[in-house]
Design a binder for this molecule. Structure first.
Ligand SMILES: Nc1ncnc2c1ncn2[C@@H]1O[C@H](COP(=O)(O)OP(=O)(O)O)[C@@H](O)[C@H]1O
Ligand SMILES: O=c1ccn([C@@H]2O[C@H](COP(=O)(O)O)[C@@H](O)[C@H]2O)c(=O)[nH]1
Length: 295
C-alpha cells in the first residue's frame, strides 16, 4: 500500500498518513497524490496548475515557521515576488469582515476567531481556484490589532509552481481541503503552543496577559479540540514538533525540489501527474465520498 522511498528516516505510518519523526524509513502514501484538478485559464487555455500544499495545525504550532523554513531551504525567501517559484499564503488573510456588534465583541475579547464561521471560506475557495487556474491574485493583509483586514495593504501573489497555504482550519472546509495536492499537519503539544502564543500575542498582536489567557481558555482551546484537531486525520504527513523537526522539513523540501526540477525539465508536467508518480494506494476518504465535515 505504501511506496518506500528511502531507508534513512523512521516514519510512523498509519494507513493513510505519515508521522515524520526519527530514523528508519521514509514511506510515501498516495494520499499526497491523488488530486485531479483540471482548470482552464481566463483565455480558455489549459494552464499548468501549481502544486498546492495545505499546512494545518493549532495556533502557534509553528505553521508559519515551517513554511518559512521550507521557503528558505528552497532558496525562495529573498527572491523578488515575481521570481518566486514557491509562495506562501496565510488563511488569516481570509478572516471575514465583522459586523459592528461582532467588532465590539472582538474588542472585548469576546469574539471567537477560532470558529470556522469567523472565516470567509468562499473567498478562500475562490482565490485558491484562481491560483490553480494560473491567475495572479490579490491576498488581503490581516491586522490582528484591529481584528480586521488592513484596507491599505494587500499582497499580490504571482503564478508560482508551488503554493503553501497555512492556517488553523485549512482542512476544515471540504471544498478547500479537496484542492490540496499534499496536506501537512504541524503537531506541537498544547503546552508548547500556549507558551509560544502568550509572548507572541503580547509582543506582536497588542494583547495583555489576561486577554491572551481568557481568549485561550474561552475560545482557542475548545475550538482547537472541536474544529482543528479532528482535521489531523486528513493529513498526508504529520510533523511532530514543527520547525524543530529538521528531518521532516528536509524530506518535504526534497519532495518539493524534485517537483520543481521535474517541472522545469518537463514543462507540460502537471501537479496532478507529478503527484501521481508517487501514487499506488486507493482514494482518500473525501474522494471516495466517505467523509464530509471533520466531526
Ligand atoms: N521551533 C520553535 N522554537 C521556538 N519558537 C518557535 C518555534 N516555532 C515557532 N516558534 C515561535 O512561536 C510563535 C508561533 O510560531 P508560528 O510559526 O507563527 O506559529 P503558527 O503559524 O502555527 O501560529 C512565533 O513567535 C515563533 O517565532
Ligand atoms: O483578530 C484576530 C484573528 C485571529 N486571532 C487568533 O489567531 C489565531 C490563528 O493564527 P495562528 O497564527 O495560527 O496562531 C487563532 O487562534 C485566533 O485566535 C486573534 O487572536 N485575533
Amino acid at each position: 500500500m505504501f511506496r518506500t522511498i528511502s531507508q534513512r528516516t523512521r516514519v510512523f505510518a498509519s494507513r493513510n498518513c505519515l508521522v515524520l519523526g526519527a530514523p528508519y524509513k521514509f514511506i510515501f502514501s498516495s494520499r499526497m497524490a491523488e488530486k485531479s484538478v483540471d482548470f482552464t485559464n481566463s483565455n480558455n487555455i489549459e494552464s499548468k496548475t501549481p502544486f498546492l500544499i495545505g499546512v494545518a495545525g493549532g495556533t502557534a504550532s509553528g505553521k508559519s515557521t515551517v513554511c518559512q523554513r521550507i521557503m528558505e531551504k528552497l532558496g525562495q525567501q529573498h527572491k523578488e515576488q515575481t521570481e518566486r517559484r514557491v509562495v506562501c499564503i496565510s488563511q488569516d488573510s481570509f478572516y471575514r469582515t465583522l459586523a459592528p456588534s461582532e467588532r465590539l465583541r472582538a474588542e472585548r475579547g469576546q469574539f471567537n476567531f477560532d470558529h470556522p464561521d469567523a472565516f470567509d471560506d468562499k473567498k478562500l475557495l475562490s482565490v485558491l481556484r484562481d491560483i490553480l487556474a494560473g491567475k495572479k491574485v490579490e491576498v488581503p493583509e490581516y491586522d490582528y490589532i484591529t481584528n480586521s483586514i488592513n484596507p491599505h495593504r494587500s499582497h499580490t501573489i504571482y503564478p508560482a509552481d508551488v503554493v503553501l497555504i497555512e492556517g488553523i482550519l485549512v482542512f476544515y472546509f471540504p471544498e478547500v481541503r479537496e484542492l490540496f495536492h499534499m496536506k501537512l499537519f504541524v503537531d506541537t503539544d498544547s503546552d508548547t503552543r500556549l507558551a509560544r502564543r502568550v509572548p507572541r500575542d503580547i509582543m506582536e498582536r497588542g494583547r495583555d496577559l489576561e486577554q491572551v489567557l481568557n481568549q485561550y481558555m474561552n475560545f482557542v482551546k475548545p475550538a482547537f479540540e472541536e474544529f482543528c484537531l479532528p482535521t489531523k486525520k486528513f493529513a498526508d504527513v504529520i510533523i511532530p514538533r514543527g520547525a524543530d523537526n529538521l528531518v521532516a522539513i528536509d524530506l518535504i523540501v526534497q519532495h518539493i525540489s524534485e517537483y520543481l526540477k521535474r517541472s522545469l525539465v518537463d514543462k507540460s508536467l502537471t501537479a496532478h501527474e507529478y503527484a501521481g508518480l508517487s501514487s499506488s494506494v486507493p482514494s482518500s476518504p473525501q474522494r471516495s465520498g466517505k467523509s464530509g465535515r471533520p466531526h
